[in-house]
Design a protein around this ligand. Structure first.
Ligand code: SF4
Length: 216
């Protein structure tokens, strides 16, 4: 696939979890938009910290681009990209429209940081996907603040509660992504060894607790 011709679609990329995954970026912005500013973010610092949903790309523009793709062998179409995909107010509409034209055996996934799951419209949008990976990096507020650097109004307790709610209400496959261990190590590599050790200990406890907490 020639990248130059596509503004909103990228890949396909191999994913250990999803197989061959074609990415759709429902934000497609120059500067990342996200309610978090994670220390490990591959896109860099969040300049636009927001939890307000809006339309970034018209659904019809995504559909037009999707229809122009060459024939591809893919397992998943994954909504992800330059920030938090659930910020796109038309995410649910995009998923539904893509479903009408995709190959029958190709599934749809969304990768989310879980920050907006408290919003009923976000949960409803995600119900249309076949697979949702909801991220949770910490269940202790100090770690959450240090690693995800969230907007002030976002409360970890609410996020955990709504991940659980979503998990119970959702018919598709969901996965709570816990992905921090190496990050803590890396971000702490310049701080003194004692502090880093403390953080790692705290994190492994966090992981165990998170699994327990979410399986309740
Ligand atoms: S949630 Fe994702 S996009 Fe947002 S800052 Fe963190 S890693 Fe980057």
């Amino acid at each position: 696939m020639d990248k130059k011709n596509y503004k909103y679609i990228y890949g396909p990329v191999p994913s250990w979890r999803l197989g061959s995954s074609l990415g759709i970026d429902p934000l497609s912005v120059k500067d990342k938009v996200c309610p978090f500013d994670c220390v490990y973010c591959q896109i860099g610092k969040t300049k636009c910290l927001t939890d307000k949903r809006k339309i970034f790309v018209k659904t019809e523009d995504i559909i037009t681009e999707f229809k122009s793709l060459p024939p591809l062998e893919i397992d998943y179409i994954t909504f992800s990209g330059t920030g938090e995909p659930t910020l796109a107010k038309n995410l649910g509409e995009m998923i539904k429209e893509i479903k009408k034209i995709k190959k029958q055996d190709t599934k749809i996934a969304v990768l989310t940081n879980s920050a907006l799951l408290n919003d009923k419209t976000v949960r409803e949008d995600l119900f249309s996907a076949d697979f949702v990976a909801a991220k949770l990096d910490a269940v202790q507020d100090d770690i959450f603040q240090a690693v995800n650097k969230p907007m002030k109004n976002l409360k970890l307790e609410t996020i955990i509660k709504t991940i659980k709610k979503f998990k119970n209400d959702y018919n598709g496959n969901s996965l709570c992504k816990l992905c921090l261990c190496r990050t803590i190590k890396n971000t702490r590599k310049n701080s003194d060894a004692r502090r880093a050790k403390l953080f790692r200990m705290k994190f492994s406890l966090t992981l165990r607790f998170a699994r327990k907490e979410l399986n309740r």
